[in-house]
Design a protein around this ligand. Sequence first.
Ligand SMILES: Nc1nc2c(ncn2[C@@H]2O[C@H](COP(=O)(O)OP(=O)(O)OP(=O)(O)O)[C@@H](O)[C@H]2O)c(=O)[nH]1
Length: 785
Amino acid sequence: MTSPPPEPATANGDAHLAPTPRLQIVDENKAFSADLAPYMTNEWNLLDAGFNYNVVAVFGSQSTGKSTLLNRLFHTNFQVMNESQRGQTTKGIWLARAPGLPTLVMDVEGTDGRERGEDQDFERKSSLFAIAIAEVIIINMWEHMVGLYHGANMGLLKTVLEVNLQLFQKKGSPKTHLFFVIRDHASGTPLPALCATLTADLNKIWASLNKPDGLEASQLTDFFDVTFTSLPHKRLAGEQFETDATTLRQRFVDPNNADYVFRPAYKKAVPADGFPHFAQDIWTQINANRDLDLPSQQELLAQFRCDELATVAMDAFSAGFTGLKSQVDSGTVVESLGSQLDGALYGALKPFDTQASRYHQGVYQRKRKELVDRCQTSAMVVFNAQLRNAAKRAVTIFKSGLDFKLKSKGADFYIMVESTKDEVLQFFSKTANASCMQDSTWSFEESLADLRTELDHLISSRRDEELNKLAHAAERKIQTDLPDAINDILVNPTPTMWTRVDEVFREEVESAESDLRDRAKALRITDSELDERLAALRTASITALRDVLSQATSEGALVQRLKATFEQKFRYDDQGIPRVWQPSDDIDGAYRRARELADQTLKSFVVAELPYLDTLESSTSRSLASSAFTEDLQASVVALRKPLLPPSKTATLTSRFRLEADALYMEAKRSVVSSSAHVPRWVLAVIAVLGYNEFMSIIRNPFLLLLLILMAAIGFVIYATGMAGPAQAVAMRVGKDVARQVGERVMDVTGGRGIVGTVNEFVLKPMNATLPAPETAKEEKPKSE
Ligand SMILES: Nc1nc2c(ncn2[C@@H]2O[C@H](COP(=O)(O)OP(=O)(O)OP(=O)(O)O)[C@@H](O)[C@H]2O)c(=O)[nH]1
């Protein structure tokens, strides 16, 4: 590349100065030149210019006279296309200093070039580079391009402005001057009309930009000043073209010109010696930026069509799994859900594949993947509902399966639980696996873990239930066995009564505890749990014992027991034979002894003497330091240690018992009196006189005589065998009964007086008058009496 020697800069350039050498700073392969810094020093003599330099670039379609314009405006020597052969002349990005001016001029490869075809990468990057580096961008276009979106490079401008905004612009960044030059302005359309069209297009582009955060409300004018001008047709109005170009040059070279384009507001604040590095950095950043890797027209078309086809496929897929969705929504676990969903997806993909595969392959594959992802995402609702249903089913199977297995005799709880759990987890995993769509990333691990947790909770509560059952069974056994065993002892109160009660109680508790211990082992009961259960069992046992004792010492029961004790002693002799009181018998002494025995019995019931309670209390306190269980047990022990018979109750019982005892005493006395009462002698004389004839008639009658001898023999046998007393007692009772019944009949007949009144009057009254009163009855008559 040959180049004339650099000229010193003048205020507004010099038409006679030779052009400076130009440098291709970015070649057509996007490589940045290493010569920029040496050119700045050696060729353009600008390295020490500080901030006193300008940068201008050109943007526009290929072969629209960009280089021609730059050469006219800045007296540069950028390569211009030969009129005879159309084609690209400027390749890559060129830079040159305007002779005599502190201005770097950038000639950029044209856009829409036939040579690059659909590859818009370079034009995007080079345009963005121009906007990022230059203070003024000359946007070059033919007049007939105005109003055309693609012809006027509006699509490209949109992309470039958008990326520029994202990469390089912040609030307060220096503005860039967009200088529109409309070429071959030969029609009658006035410049303002063309400006209005272009302004409207620009505003439309700006409104449609994706603006970064914080810049959403920004306007085009926040970052750009826009100027429009035009030039006449170069060939048709050559002279005018040259004149106008010269005039236009003044706006670029003369700082005193009213329309001078390089204003301080556009300065990038990069000193000239830093410009080479700055430019290289910007290019590197732009070259690496993926935001500029935008699709080609083919790709855009493929995207559009694939999106349309994907929407149709998506609708078809949704319709395909609607039935499955309503099934799972109603709680059904659908068999082979995954393959059914795959079938629906396959049905939807088939037409998509047929049509979309004809378009750009990269786009087709990408859109297909997106479509499959979207279908799988929408079907995931069904999958999740299926997992919920399967988990519910698994829990139901677990409950019923466990119930069934535990019914078998001798079933080990944990073996049954583990086998049932394994079965339902397998069921769930199998169902969940069969519910996954092919190539999906669906996972059911979380649901499986949730199911495990739920089953563990169920097992734990079921185990507690079983443990409660065992504990209740042990308590019930005590509550059933204890009353009989204790009552057997209490029914015959003896001095060792409480020792025996204590012994029986201990045996019952120890047997129940050992039973509970053995059976709870299968439930893998922990030591502390066992201690608590044993404490509860002991408390229940103590309460049961207390209930038995309370019942046994209730007023009615105890009076009966005292009466029985009294009667046993009073009415039966030492051999257990019922006494027939004779006048010679010591009824008072017998009464006293029987009553003393009853009193002793009563005393023995006042307090339960149970040393085993201490054992229970101390062993429970040792195993369970301090807890609700020990407190309950202690409370039950305290309750049982309280007197069974408080003084007031003892007094009441004594009174009631005395009444009963006194009645028995009176009865005994009466029986003696009735058996020993004498018939007066005159009655015997009367009987002998009046009965002489009857006696003689018996003697003379052989049948009656035989009957008399028989009766005498029976009487002798009774007397000889010592059965006289009991026979007399029986006879007396029978006689009394007969007398009572006859008396009642006589009373009926005699209208109330009858024989009983007469007998009372003349026989019993005198007899009662001769009887002594019972001692106690005399000494201490109960109040109630
Ligand atoms: N009609 C017309 N032709 C022009 C004008 N300016 C330049 N030309 C011609 O258009 C052709 C291309 O000119 P260039 O200056 O090389 O155009 P370019 O835009 O720089 O070309 P590339 O660098 O290849 O993009 C040349 O034959 C010029 O003589 C103009 O204003 N009107």
